[in-house]
Design a protein around this ligand. Structure first.
Ligand code: NDP
Length: 265
C-alpha cells in the first residue's frame, strides 16, 4: 500500500459521523492528518468520535454538531476548525442522503428539499472553507456524488436529477478555483453499505432475512457485476486519493466506485 504522510495537514469531512464519511475520517487520521467531522445528531457524533479516538488515541480530532444546510451552523463549524487547527487543506463534501421517489410521487416541496440538500451541502461548506483552502499549499475539495448523475433511475428521479446538476457544479468549481490551485473532484458511487442502507434493510427486509441475504439479493437484482455492495472504506479510498497529492494533476474529474454498474463507455 502506498504510504502518504499528512502530518500537519487538516481534513474536514462533512457527515463524518457514519458510513463513508467516518471511513474517510479514519483514513485521514491513519495518515497523520488532523480531522474535523460534522453531523446533525449529537449521539452519532459522540459515538463516531469515541470509535476514532479508540483507534487513534493521539488523534487530533474535532467533532462538531452542524447541519450543512444551515448557513450559521456551517460558518460556526468553519470558525471552530480555524480556532482549533488554524487551517484546512482538504474538504470532503459527503453529508447527505438519497430520496426514493418517482416523478408521480414527488411533490414540489420534495423537489425543493432534494435540490436544496444536494446543492447546498456542497455550496455552503465550500464557501465557508474557501478562505482557509486558499491559504493551503495543495488544497482540494472532493464531493461524494452518485452514479445516478450519469445513469438516472426512475425510482430516484429527484436525486438523479440533482446529482447530474452537482456534477456540473463540480466541473465549474474546478475551472473557477484552478487559478487558486484548489483542485475539485468527485466520486460516483453505486451502492455502498452504510447507514442509509441499514435503515432501508430495517424497513424493507422480509421477516428473518439476514443483512447478507438481503444485500446479495439486491446486488443480483441490480446487476452489479462485482456481485456485492461496496464497503464504506472502498469509497473512502477513492476520496482519499482525490483529496491528497496522490492525484495532484487531477481536477474537474470523477472516479467511478460502483462495482461496474456504469453502462457507458
Ligand atoms: P450515512 O447515513 O451512513 O452517513 C451520512 C452522514 O451524513 C451521517 O454522518 C449524517 O449524520 C450526515 N448528514 C446527513 N445530512 C446531513 C446534514 N444536513 N448536515 C450534516 N450532516 C448530515 O450514509 P452514507 O455514508 O451512505 O452517505 C454518504 C454520502 O454518500 C451521502 O451524501 C449519500 O447521499 C451518498 N451516497 C450514498 C450511497 C450509498 O449507497 N451508501 C449511494 C449514493 C450516494 P446526521 O444524520 O447525524 O446528520
Amino acid at each position: 500500500m502506498i504510504q502518504i504522510d499528512l502530518t500537519g495537514q487538516v481534513a474536514v469531512v462533512t457527515g463524518g459521523s457514519s458510513g463513508i464519511g467516518l471511513a474517510t475520517a479514519e483514513l485521514f487520521l491513519r495518515a497523520g492528518a488532523s480531522v474535523a467531522i460534522c453531523g446533525r445528531n449529537a449521539e452519532r457524533l459522540n459515538a463516531a468520535q469515541a470509535s476514532l479516538i479508540a483507534k487513534f488515541p493521539q488523534a487530533q480530532l474535532l467533532a462538531a454538531r452542524c447541519d450543512v444546510l444551515d448557513a450559521d451552523d456551517v460558518a460556526a463549524f468553519a470558525a471552530q476548525v480555524s480556532e482549533r487547527f488554524g487551517r484546512t487543506d482538504m474538504l470532503v463534501n459527503n453529508a447527505g442522503q438519497g430520496r426514493v421517489s418517482t416523478f408521480a410521487d414527488t411533490t414540489d416541496d420534495a423537489w425543493r428539499e432534494e435540490l436544496e440538500l444536494k446543492y447546498f451541502s456542497l455550496i455552503r461548506p465550500t464557501r465557508a472553507f474557501l478562505p482557509m483552502l486558499r491559504d493551503a499549499e495543495a488544497p482540494s475539495i472532493v464531493c461524494v456524488n452518485s452514479l445516478l448523475a450519469l445513469q438516472p433511475e426512475p425510482h430516484m428521479v429527484a436525486t438523479s436529477s440533482a446529482r447530474a446538476g452537482t456534477l456540473s457544479l463540480v466541473k465549474s468549481l474546478a475551472s473557477e478555483l484552478a487559478p487558486q490551485r484548489i483542485r475539485v473532484n468527485s466520486i460516483l458511487i453505486g451502492i455502498v453499505e452504510s447507514g442509509q442502507w441499514r435503515r432501508r434493510f430495517a424497513e424493507q427486509a422480509a421477516p428473518g432475512q439476514s443483512w447478507e441475504d438481503w444485500t446479495a439479493e439486491l446486488a443480483r437484482k441490480k446487476n452489479i457485476p462485482l456481485g456485492r455492495f461496496g464497503r464504506p472504506e472502498e469509497a473512502a479510498q477513492a476520496l482519499f486519493y482525490l483529496a491528497t497529492n496522490l492525484s495532484s494533476y487531477t481536477t474537474g474529474s470523477h472516479i467511478d466506485v460502483s462495482g461496474g454498474v456504469a453502462r457507458h463507455v
